[in-house]
Design a protein around this ligand. Structure first.
Ligand code: ITT
Length: 200
């Protein structure tokens, strides 16, 4: 059986490869199939966006497809950037991190609580879709630290580790992250669908 993981984000690709390694399925990505669909990410919720991505790629490929939509929710910013995390400011990850730190410059450490949220949707070409969610709690640091991960990882401080998400190894991030938790929650359904052998 094949499972298509519908993401164009290289950081997510690295994580999904390890997170899904235990599955009895060949994991492939859109680039492996020469697929590049422009799916609008204009939904109001992570589940809407992940569902649109997963369904569009499942229909285009004929394969069981997994997609995630994720974001960073900062309490002092009323939950922003949230579903808009990828488009918080134009430019690259470092520009978005800089914008976030600028918006929080007068916010003291105890009020910098935040969480990463990830919703994973598994969809089949016939339109069946199942979702699962994972959350990881932390705080926004005052400056970036670490070279690992991607996105907002350099400023996402994990009190239980005493460092940022970007200072964890990939294996450590995959033990605690929002994406790891969402995959763990989706796994039972995913295994049933793969065992059904209906697609791919
Ligand atoms: P795909 O839609 O192709 O999967 P994307 O980067 O557009 O890639 P999202 O729409 O889910 O993905 O955007 C999520 C954004 O939230 C992402 O670009 C990061 O800025 C941030 N983000 C999500 N998960 C993260 C993580 O594990 N570490 C750091 N930042 C993360």
């Amino acid at each position: 059986m094949k499972l298509l993981v519908a993401t164009q984000n290289p950081g997510k690709v690295r994580e999904f490869r390890l997170l899904l390694a235990q599955l009895e399925a060949a994991i492939c990505f859109p680039s492996d199939l020469g697929l590049n669909i422009d799916v609008p990410e204009d939904g109001d919720t992570y589940a809407d966006n992940a569902g649109q991505k997963a369904l569009a790629y499942a229909r285009a490929s004929g394969l069981l497809t997994l997609a995630d939509d994720s974001g960073l929710e900062v309490d002092a910013l009323d939950g922003a950037p949230g579903v808009h995390s990828a488009r918080y400011t134009p430019g690259h990850d470092a520009d978005r991190v800089a914008a976030l730190l600028a918006h929080l410059k007068d916010v003291p450490p105890d009020q910098r609580t935040a969480r990463f949220r990830c919703v994973v949707v598994v969809a089949s070409p016939d339109g069946e879709a199942h979702s699962a969610e994972g959350v990881c709690e932390g705080r926004i640091a005052s400056e970036p630290a670490g070279q690992g991960g991607f996105g907002y990882d350099p400023v996402f401080f994990l009190p239980e580790y005493g460092c940022t998400m970007a200072q964890l190894s990939q294996e450590e991030k995959n033990r605690t992250s929002h994406r790891a938790r969402a995959i763990a929650a989706a796994l039972p359904k995913l295994c049933v669908l793969l065992a059904g052998g209906k697609f791919g």
